[in-house]
Ligand binder design. Structure first.
Ligand SMILES: [Zn+2]
Length: 142
């Protein structure tokens, strides 16, 4: 099993490993959450420094594309998707799903994993993966 904490993150301040979460910012003036975290609110332009917040680990595919050509050694095809997290934050990320199975409205969950190219040093990043659709499956609570 890969030790996530042993990998260098793609960017500091994006990810928390225990529990796995993306880190955003939350505006105390209007309640807007954004990812990645910013030092101002893009909605109300509040001058108060936004608070750091853990974002929901589950969401729904808003839109996606299948990438069939990529620079370097990145294996193709892969799915790139806009995911609407359950707390109203839209995130662009790779979706670990076969191109024929992905669909708009699909329920997905955050996964933290190595996102480096095959021959490069491991880098901790984020992606999404399908949530099981069994009727008895209980989604994790945010
Ligand atoms: Zn605001």
């Amino acid at each position: 099993m890969t030790d996530l904490n042993a990998m260098t993150p793609v960017r500091p301040g994006l990810i928390q490993t225990h529990p796995p979460r993306l880190l955003g910012s939350w505006c105390e003036a209007c309640g807007t959450r954004v990812f990645p975290a910013r030092d101002f609110c893009p909605r109300c332009e509040s001058e108060a420094t936004p608070a750091s917040v853990e974002l929901s680990p589950t969401g729904t595919v808003f839109s996606y594309t299948v990438v069939r050509q990529a620079p370097g050694a990145r294996p193709v095809p892969y799915v790139l998707a806009y995911v609407d997290l359950d707390d109203q934050v839209r995130v662009l990320a790779q979706l670990d799903e076969t191109p024929l199975a992905v669909h708009i409205g699909q329920r997905v969950q955050l996964v933290l994993r190595n996102v480096a190219l095959p021959d490069d040093e491991a880098r901790l990043g984020y992606a999404f993966a399908p949530l099981p659709s069994r009727p008895d499956f209980e989604e994790p609570t945010p």
